[in-house]
Every structure is written in structure tokens, then in C-alpha cells.
Design a protein around this ligand. Structure first.
Ligand code: NAP
Length: 493
């Protein structure tokens, strides 16, 4: 189905309407916003099999994956509903007046988070539901009190349109301001760039390529009024395989990693694209088992032709680098739309000299870096770019010997994993899905879980305000019964 590209006058009108909607939406209480978010979840559910079949047709993803992604999408809408209904997310702080303080009295000072304004969200190719139209960015922004303008990903425009209609139904049913959600198509960069440049846009959420995310980030910083861009872009999620443990557990480690590398044709931002190990007998056994698993996995159809082309190009580029050996490759090369699972290796000294090998190859690919001994692990960790995750696979006594490595990795990644794979991201308060550049453009925030709401809010302090003029969240009697930090103590009093 062909959808009309947005025009520049339409984008201008949309941002103006979003701004007007913002003026009333930002003041809505958590109960009303919660009802709206729950209704979005219900309306997405009501799309039934039509949504599942459309997403499968547009993205080549299997039914079970699309169904689970729908569950995750409706799940995070309900999670944000719960968060705003409860209300403590605004981080209320109260520091009581000290009229008798000398030499100067202190005024009553109170602070809370308020919405940032209209947010532009770019749908992600690799998550047609969970990171797209009603994805984590949209749900977090709406929960915070921000109108959202979505630029649909052209690779799943029809899926996006269906979800947009569901959100619009939820707006009508719950009597929300009409233009708190708007949805545009566009096959040219001009549309996305116009949305980012518009003076009434106050923040951007993006998941996709490093080139795209960085271009939009730079554009936002060149505006007369720069705005935050929360872009999740590129991560190869290094996995450090500790040698003594690998020598004992190569079989189960290989099974675990092979499944993580090939899952979803490798099209996850958390795909383990780099494995670091000592070049010894344990590694040889590990590679043998890993190869058996990779050979068994057929080439899989990728999300869209652009992603497949990019995989083939980056794979060929990696294979052409000095010192690269193919360790395992699926027997059948597959079609031009398919990604062929491939694992290669290189010596640590060659890896450290070649920046191309540290770049993401988005697909079912992983590179093993062979070290002469474990002391080289620290050099790799120092060399590594910012990542969403870094993992260590090893038994506890051996992991304990690598405190330095753990400390180095803490500087480089948003999530540290021991004895697990990076794929699989729980949507819970303790989740951090983010990391230093180029994993994201702002390592201070998570893109997953309730704390992701904080990307679309900013703090405001109220000094010396009469109680009647304060927002309910900060009123003396705490009418919303939320948790607040009052004179350095957490209390609902
Ligand atoms: P993309 O090319 O970055 O596109 C994502 C969205 O951003 C699209 O709507 C695109 O618009 C827009 N866009 C990109 N560059 C732009 C620019 N300079 N100005 C304005 N808008 C721009 O990502 P993709 O199509 O989803 O996938 C391409 C590659 O991104 C993959 O092969 C992979 O390497 C990487 N990727 C990484 C992750 C991750 O999580 N690490 C996830 C998905 C993709 P148009 O549709 O108009 O082009």
C-alpha cells in the first residue's frame, strides 16, 4: 500500500497543532493519562490478527515474534499507565523554608519533573511494534505529558498506519486533546529533517543507523534552539570468554552464543557482534561447537532490502580485512534478501589496529578476537567503543580475578552481564538500555523501562510559592499521596 508523503506545510501545521494540544495535555493528571495509555493498549489488542499479518508481511518476521512484540508494546503502554497513575515518577523534592536561618533566611523550595513539549519519534525498522508507532519512545513521551509526532518507518508503513489509527481511536474514546498524536509517512530524509528542525519540536526519539542518528543529532544541535536527541544507534556488545571456564564449558557456551548471534537473523541492537577469548585448546573446542550450530542455521530473510544490502556490504568489507579467517558460515548463501550466519576470527593485534573491525555489522555476524593471554582482554576493553552491553562468561571464582576488566567495562557499557547473552531486554525498572556514544547520543538515560520517561521531562523549581499556586504534586498536604523527598527524607507525609 502506498501512503502519501507528508508535505512541509503539513509538518508545520502539525507542530503548531501539537503545541496547542500540549498546552492542555501537559496539565492532565496521571489518572486521565493512565486511562488513555491503557486504552491505546486495548485498541492495539483489538486490531487482532490484521495487525499480526500486516507486520509479518511487511517485515518478514515470524508470527510468534510479532505476537510477542505486540505483547511487549501493549505491556509498556500499561506499565506507563501504572507509573503515571501512581505519580511518584515526577521526583518531587521539598526543602522547607528556614525563616530563622542566619545570616540569611531560606525560602521554601520545591521541585518536580514537567513535560518537555512536543516530541518527534522515528519508527525503528527492527521493531515494527515495540520501538515504532506506539513503541517505547511514544509511550514514554505521552506518559510524560508530551504530544508525539511519529515519522513512520517506510519498511512497515501499513503496520504503522494501523497502530496510529488505534492511538487515534484511544484519543477519541478517552476525550484527549485531538492532536497529541500525529503520524506521517515520508520516503525522503527531508520529512524527518523538517520535523527535527521545526522550532516547536522539543525532543527527538530515534532508533536506527549510526549515520542516521548522528545526522539528526547534529541537525538538532545546529538549530537556533538546540534540542535533545535520544538516538539509539550502534553497538556490537562484546562478550569476554574467560579461558579456564571456557575450557570446561565450551559446549554450553557455544550453544548459548550461537542462538544469540542468529536469533531474529541477528537484527537486534543487542546482538553479540564481538567475542574475546584466549587462543588455546578451550577456544578451539568452542569454535568447533559454535561452527556446528552456525552451519545448522539457514540464511534468514531480513527486515527490508536496505538492511539486507547493508549486511552484505558490511560482511564483505569485514571479510576483506587483514588477518580475518572465516570460522563458520551457513552452507547456503541465501537470496539477496537473506542474511547468512557467519562467524570470523582475527588476532587481537590486528583487531586493535583496524577500526573497521570495531564497527557494527547489523545481522547474524560475530567476530572472535583471539588473544595471546588474558592480559590482552584489558587492552580490548580500553579500545572498545561505547556499548549497550558488555558480557563476561566465566565461573564465579575466575570472574572474581577480573575486577580490572569489570571496572573497564563499566566505563564503556550501559548493562554489564555475567554468564548470559545480551539479547533479551526485560522491560522493568532496573533495566538500563543505553550506553556511551555511539551506542546512544545520551548515556544518562535508558530507552527501555519506566525510567525512559525521564528523557521527555525536565525539572522545574518553585521558590516561595503559596500552596494554592503549587502543582498538586508539591502541595503541602500531598493530595496525590506520592513519594516525595522532604528535607532529605523519603515520605508520603
Ligand atoms: P536508518 O537508515 O537509520 O533509518 C531510520 C529512520 O531514520 C528512517 O525513518 C530514515 O528515513 C530516517 N533517517 C535516516 N537517516 C536520516 C537522515 N540523515 N535524515 C533524516 N532522516 C533520516 O535505519 P534503518 O533503515 O532502520 O536500518 C539501516 C541500518 O541501521 C541497518 O542496516 C543497521 O545497520 C542499523 N540499525 C541499527 C539498529 C540498532 O539498534 N543498533 C536498529 C536498526 C537499524 P527514511 O526511511 O526516509 O530513510
Amino acid at each position: 500500500m502506498n501512503f502519501k508523503d507528508a508535505t512541509l506545510p503539513e509538518i508545520d501545521a502539525a507542530l503548531r497543532e501539537a503545541h496547542i494540544a500540549y498546552l492542555s495535555y501537559k496539565n492532565l493528571g496521571g489518572k486521565k493519562k493512565g486511562e488513555f495509555l491503557r486504552t491505546i493498549a486495548d485498541e492495539i489488542g483489538a486490531l487482532g490478527n490484521t495487525l499480526i499479518q500486516t507486520a509479518m508481511r511487511e517485515t518478514n518476521l515470524p508470527e510468534a515474534r510479532v505476537i510477542s512484540e505486540r505483547g511487549r508494546t501493549t505491556g509498556h503502554c500499561r506499565m506507563f499507565a501504572q507509573l503515571v497513575e501512581e505519580g511518584s515518577w515526577v521526583e518531587a523534592r521539598i526543602d522547607s523554608a528556614q525563616p530563622n536561618r542566619t545570616p540569611l533566611p531560606r525560602a521554601d523550595l520545591r521541585k518536580m519533573l514537567v513535560p518537555i513539549g512536543p516530541v518527534v519519534v522515528f519508527g525503528a525498522a527492527n521493531f515494527p511494534l515495540a520501538y515504532s508507532t506506539a513503541g517505547g519512545d511514544t509511550a514514554a513521551a505521552l506518559a510524560a505529558g508530551c504530544p508525539v509526532i511519529v515519522k513512520a518507518h517506510p519498511a512497515h508503513a501499513e503496520t504503522s498506519e494501523l497502530v496510529a489509527e488505534a492511538i487515534k481511536k484511544a484519543i477519541s474514546k478517552t476525550k484527549m486533546p485531538q492532536n497529541i498524536f500525529q503520524h506521517f509517512h515520508g520516503k525522503s530524509f527531508e520529512i524527518g529533517q523538517a520535523l527535527v528542525k521545526h522550532p516547536l519540536t522539543k525532543a527527538v526519539g530515534f532508533t536506527g543507523s549510526l549515520a542516521g542518528g548522528k545526522a539528526l543529532f547534529d541537525l538538532a544541535n545546529q538549530r537556533p534552539e538546540p534540542i535533545p536527541v535520544f538516538a539509539e544507534m550502534s553497538s556490537i556488545n562484546p562478550v569476554y570468554l574467560l579461558p579456564e571456564s571456557l575450557g570446561r564449558n565450551y559446549d554450553k557456551t557455544a550453544l548459548m552464543l550461537a542462538s544469540s548471534i542468529t536469533q531474529g537473523v541477528g537484527q537486534f541492537c543487542t546482538n553479540p557482534g564481538l567475542m574475546i577469548a584466549v587462543d588455546d585448546d578451550g577456544l578451539k573446542q568452542y569454535i568447533k561447537k559454535l561452527s556446528e550450530e552456525i552451519l545448522k542455521t539457514p540464511a534468514g530473510t531480513m527486515l527490508h532490502q536496505g538492511i539486507a544490502n547493508n549486511y552484505h556490504k558490511r560482511l564483505a568489507e569485514s571479510l576483506a580485512q587483514k588477518g580475518i579467517t572465516i570460522e563458520a558460515q551457513a552452507t547456503d548463501a541465501g537470496s539477496t534478501m537473506q542474511g547468512r550466519p557467519t562467524v570470523v576470527s582475527v588476532a587481537a593485534k590486528d583487531f586493535l589496529k583496524n577500526p573497521i573491525l570495531a564497527e557494527e555489522v547489523f545481522g547474524p555476524f560475530s567476530l572472535i578476537v583471539k588473544c595471546e593471554d588474558v592480559s590482552e582482554f584489558n587492552s580490548i576493553a580500553v579500545h572498545q567503543h561505547g556499548q549497550l552491553t558488555s558480557s563476561i562468561i566465566g565461573e564465579e571464582p575466575e570472574v572474581k580475578k577480573h575486577q580490572n576488566l569489570l571496572n573497564l567495562l563499566k566505563e564503556k557499557a550501559g548493562r554489564l552481564i555475567i554468564n548470559g547473552v545480551p539479547t533479551g531486554v526485560e522491560v522493568v525498572p532496573s533495566q538500563n538500555h543505553g550506553g556511551p556514544y555511539p551506542a546512544t547520543t545520551d548515556s544518562r538515560f535508558t530507552a527501555v523501562g519506566p525510567d525512559s520517561i525521564k528523557r521527555f521531562a525536565r525539572p522545574v523549581s518553585f521558590q516561595n510559592f503559596p500552596d494554592a499556586l503549587l502543582p498538586d504534586e508539591l502541595k503541602e498536604q500531598n493530595p496525590l499521596n506520592i513519594w516525595r523527598m522532604r528535607d532529605f527524607e523519603w515520605t508520603k507525609k
